[in-house]
Design a protein around this ligand. Structure first.
Ligand SMILES: Cc1ncc(COP(=O)(O)O)c(C=O)c1O
Length: 436
């Protein structure tokens, strides 16, 4: 396993943020989500400082779906970033953390009236409209409460990029956004622009996730700039902003490129500057929405080994006290991770094992055929790079308790979310005995 951020081997025991994993287990139990605060801050600053241009302003919006808690929102706020939400729940969490509402932006392909009302009432920064119908809903709400809302329109620009490849004009079937190929698209924009309750800021796109190919982003930039130019000329309006979404790739295992985030940001800036120059277009602000690239590497999950099993078929399992309930990604889309026996770092002997969780589901696997040092009951296994879409996609399947989240830095630990209790599991349940 590649050591990330502040990870250190101290006498065979892994330390993160200056605290040994043994101590973290003692204090908070396992499974445990551990976030290396220094690495998190470094990722934020790397992106913020390298996504800069002399030709236009830039805004970095953290995509909170990657991982959100009040503590996380407070870190993002302190670093001066903006943040987005895709549900009332995310919005509520963000606003409860004291995050300034003007730096909050709302996404979603099917925002409810409750969600839209919340956005308008709490005067958030902007709503990214998904479609032609949403504009009318927002305008109606604004009219009723006498407010005006900044909006963008999400576009499907026909570029589908994932991991190392991108395909042009491949995804006309996505549920997100309005297509730039739709013959009504200019009328849709005109309709938004003409609504006096809305202030149209520009177009948004998001071409995929875990993208390593800079060319995919450059292709996206080119399409967005050309489309912005075309519409601004056709409708004779000034369009001040362009939002090119998130999706910047992260190294999970040695199979992935070790993406240089700063380099990627600079390449995208150059592409923006060149395309704006080529189209003779000026915009005031360009926005990106990184999620994974900010938070994935900073997070790891610590588990306690319950035992091992060698099956009749020859598969060697290491059983851990968590699983698909705290990290669904391997089961959901065969995501791969690196791991280590965190209390026996100096033991060099490794074997091929499958790390399996404790859920009643054969697919409950955290890492298949992965190299792991010898371990047995009571040992600690750490899975690295679980900071994005781990906690945020966790579930209570088999009534698993959502693990605690702890941030660590300079030898200090900060409990950000406590472990769920058994009472939490039934707090919304009513007894039916009387009524049946
Ligand atoms: C609209 C939008 N922006 C940003 C993101 C963040 O993507 P990532 O975490 O891959 O950077 C997503 C992810 O689904 C998204 O849908």
């Amino acid at each position: 396993m590649k050591f990330l951020g502040s990870m250190k081997n101290v006498d065979g025991v892994l330390e993160i943020g200056g605290i040994s994993v043994k101590k973290l287990k003692e204090d908070f139990g396992t499974p445990l989500y551990i976030y290396d605060l220094e690495l998190l801050q470094k990722k934020i600053r790397d992106i913020k400082n390298s996504f800069k241009s002399e030709k236009f302003n830039t805004t970095v919006v953290y995509a909170s779906k990657a991982y959100l808690s009040k503590g996380m929102a407070q870190v993002i706020n302190r670093e001066g970033l903006h943040i987005d939400a895709v549900s009332a729940g995310e919005l509520y969490t963000i606003l409860s953390s004291g995050f300034p509402s003007k730096r909050v932006h709302m996404h979603g392909n099917n925002k409810s009236l409750e969600e839209l009302n919340m956005c308008v009432e709490r005067e958030i920064g902007s709503i990214i409209l998904d479609n032609r119908f949403e504009a009318e809903k927002v305008a109606q709400i604004c009219k009723r409460v006498g407010k005006k809302m900044d909006v963008m329109l999400r576009l499907n620009i026909g570029i589908d990029a994932h991991t190392h490849e991108y395909i042009k004009t491949a995804k006309h079937t996505s549920k997100f956004g309005e297509s730039i190929f739709d013959k009504e698209i200019e009328n849709i924009v005109k309709d938004i622009v003409e609504k006096k309750e809305l202030n149209f800021l520009g177009f948004h796109c998001h071409i995929g996730s875990q993208i390593f190919d800079e060319l995919a982003f450059c292709e996206g930039v080119k399409t967005m700039v050309q489309f912005t130019k075309k519409v601004s000329e056709k409708l004779d309006i000034k369009i001040p902003e362009i939002n090119i979404g998130g999706g910047f790739g992260v190294r999970y295992t040695e199979e992935d490129t070790d993406a240089d985030l700063k380099k990627m940001m600079k390449k995208i800036i150059i592409s923006l500057e060149e395309n704006l120059l080529a189209e003779n277009l000026s915009v005031e602000n360009v926005i990106i929405e990184p999620g994974r690239s900010i938070v994935a590497a900073a997070g790891s999950t610590l588990y306690t080994v319950g035992g091992e099993k060698k099956t009749f078929g020859g598969e060697k399992y290491v059983f851990i006290d968590g699983g698909m309930t705290d990290n669904i990604r391997p089961a959901l889309y065969s995501a791969k991770y690196e791991s280590v026996v965190a209390n026996r770092l100096n033991e060099s002997k490794k074997e091929l094992v499958t790390i399996a969780g404790k859920c009643c589901e054969s697919g409950d696997i955290i890492a298949k055929n992965t190299k792991l040092g010898k371990c047995s009951e009571g040992d600690l296994v750490l899975v690295s790079c679980t900071g994005a879409y781990g906690h945020s996609m966790s579930s209570n399947y088999n009534k698993a308790l959502t693990p605690a989240v702890v941030f660590v830095k300079d030898g200090k630990s900060y409990l950000v979310s406590k472990r769920e209790s058994y009472e939490d599991l039934i707090k919304n349940d009513f007894d039916l005995i009387e009524s049946i």
